[in-house]
Design a protein around this ligand. Sequence first.
Ligand code: CA
Length: 474
Amino acid sequence: MGQNEILRREFLRLGAAGAMGGLPLRALHAAAGSSEPRLNVLFITVDDWRNEAGCYGVPEIHTPNIDRLAARGMRFDRAYCQFSICNPSRTSLLTGLRPDTTRVLDNTVHFRKVLPDVVTLPQLFRQNGWYTASYGKTFHVFGGADSQDVVGVNAGQSFDEAEIFKPTARGQQGEGRNLTGGEVRWCSWKAAEGDDEDQPDGQNARAAVRFLEQRRDRPFFLALGFHKPHDPFIAPKKYFDLYPVDSIKLPQDPSGRAPDLPHAIGSGWRTAFDRFTDRERREFKRAYYAGTSFMDAQLGKVLDALDSFQLWDKTIVVMLGDHGYHLGERGWWNKNTLFDLSARSPLLVWAPGMKAAGRPCTRLVEFVDLYPTLAELGGLRPPANLEGRSFVPLLADPQRLWKQAAYTQVGRGRGAQGRSVRTDRWRYTEWAEGREGIELYDQVRDPSEWHNLARDPGHAAVAKELSALLKEKS
Ligand SMILES: [Ca+2]
């Protein structure tokens, strides 16, 4: 099959998917065993968590609770954020609008400044009688790691209540270091003294468990925003002890030295990363793993509460990472690229009555699809201008033909944008509409995206078609 034919078939999928209806809501609600169709929502956002978990094929990381949720619901293997840093990604998925529509393209603009009247996802539920709460980081938190910025999380509009927790004095003590000698401020780890609840995420879990206990007699939308594994990499010491530093595997670069990042941001960071010793690389990855396992343990307390209070049959559960992350691949230790590592994110979904419970889904979905999906599951009419599509049908049949493309972008100063489109087979990226670079990767033959085929004459036709596909959403 030629490349044109592959793309043509991918194009046809859009039409096929557009003709599909959703699962009958009545069936879902009947399955929930209640005449009251108002399902609860537990919406869990994890900061900077890439597809790193046992259920995502990484056995060396300890994530029994993430794996437990994946086994109960549906694990999405190809879910893509729309912007691979915090604020634009979260604004997009919580408004159901793409970044070019929200115009929130960096971590400095609060979405209410540019979208004063937008009805956010939790706000839609609030307007329809759900009690809405946010613990931790749901919308982007302004003011740094220790901020308790409830304005940022949109308390009073999106949420009836919102709270952000701080570490205790004991939780700020411990052993650790900055891996760049202080040059890159955020790049530090600490194996903290104290226990889970000396850290904000332990307090997040405690608050969520109390909420589930107290609110279980009325419908709720609980947004739970875990801060870890985001930097600085602080977790109770017992989670670091899961990972002897010498056991940490480092990524292998087949060329001997990682090629430069196209349009690398934070060039000073890159210089500091280049000076890492293998020991420091292992310490970084170990600290990210410790934070992930710490977050997983807090998740476990919340899942236990769903068990104890018998909430599974009346509660939708969504868990996602707000974007992906590089753990040393291409010499990069952060997000904000347009490779699959940064654009792809974990997504787990449980809905009462879902037919395909326990099965994975490899179809392309976008985070902008979450708003219409949850609105449909909740039986609510979403705003008419949403830019995603409900993927409720995938919860019944994860193999049905679905979206042909997922779009992700990043900013690179002076308003220049990098824009990327992912199809089943390809990733295609243009920097500043192609004036500052083009990339094309064959995800089947080259899933690590080492070989840029954009200037290869044999791929000119496929590049042209993907450029047209990219412009459909640009
Ligand atoms: Ca983030």
